[in-house]
Design a binder for this molecule. Structure first.
Ligand SMILES: N[C@@H](CCC(=O)N[C@@H](CS)C(=O)NCC(=O)O)C(=O)O
Length: 219
């Protein structure tokens, strides 16, 4: 049975940042009310709670938590469900490093490329530049992912929750920009993504992202 929390999270099925938080919620088997935006019924309340205006946003009674990384750490700090933080400080450092590489160096170029999916009016110069940046940052992840089954410490951690949505979009976006085999040159990342996909929680999040992306692409 799910763990009742009374929490709610403003969500988007297509958002990699929301997907990261959903993966934590599912792994911990938490009952959190997911409010999909846009939804006129919830827009005004979201705006009043979220000066940054970004999804995801977690609400736990009077506590409002923005930013995916902060939400994941908050859920962990609440001590509900399985722990997704390894014990050793060195493992925790690596877990957080992987999350930061994703946030600071991968999601930026990926977001810019996402805006260039439509070939009509595509800025080729921008695409070329962002593909180089993305490749560089993916090389850093390749260096730090331990694998094969989990990113760090041989257990499911917040690093996996950060990585899975990143790798989902990396794999999907490559062919859209002529990179049919995006994992070429990233063997450890490729093996890791294949292995972690067998985890039921990961499979659920990937299926949700896949459905949301197909829906977006269908217009
Ligand atoms: N750093 C934020 C990024 C969140 C983010 O950019 N969310 C997007 C959806 S994928 C959003 O809400 N964009 C609307 C906006 O920036 O106004 C996090 O980790 O949660």
């Amino acid at each position: 049975m799910s763990i009742q929390t009374g929490m709610k999270m403003y969500n988007s099925q297509l958002s990699p940042f929301a997907a990261r938080c959903r993966m934590v919620i599912y792994a911990k088997d938490l009952d959190v009310w997911l409010i999909d935006l846009p939804d006129p019924a919830h827009e005004a309340e979201f705006t009043s709670l979220a000066p940054m205006g970004k999804i995801p946003l977690l609400v736990d009674g009077g506590t409002v938590v923005p930013e995916s990384d902060t939400i994941c750490e908050y859920l962990e700090d609440k001590g509900l469900g399985v722990s997704l933080r390894p014990d050793a400080p060195a493992d925790r450092a690596k877990m957080r490093l992987i999350g930061r590489i994703g946030d600071l160096y991968v999601m930026g170029p990926m977001g810019k490329l996402f805006g260039q999916i439509n070939p009509a009016g595509r800025d080729q110069q921008l695409v070329a530049k962002e593909l180089v940046e993305l490749r560089k940052a993916m090389g850093w992840l390749e260096h730090y992912i331990e694998g094969p089954d989990f990113a760090v410490a041989g257990q499911l951690t917040l690093a996996d929750c950060a990585l899975v949505p990143v790798l989902f979009f990396f794999r999907e976006i490559g062919p859209m920009f002529g990179q049919e085999q995006p994992f070429n040159g990233l063997p450890r990342t490729e093996a890791y993504y294949a292995a972690i996909g067998k985890n039921p929680v990961v499979a659920k999040v990937v299926a949700e992202l896949d459905e949301a992306l197909r829906r977006m692409m269908a217009g």
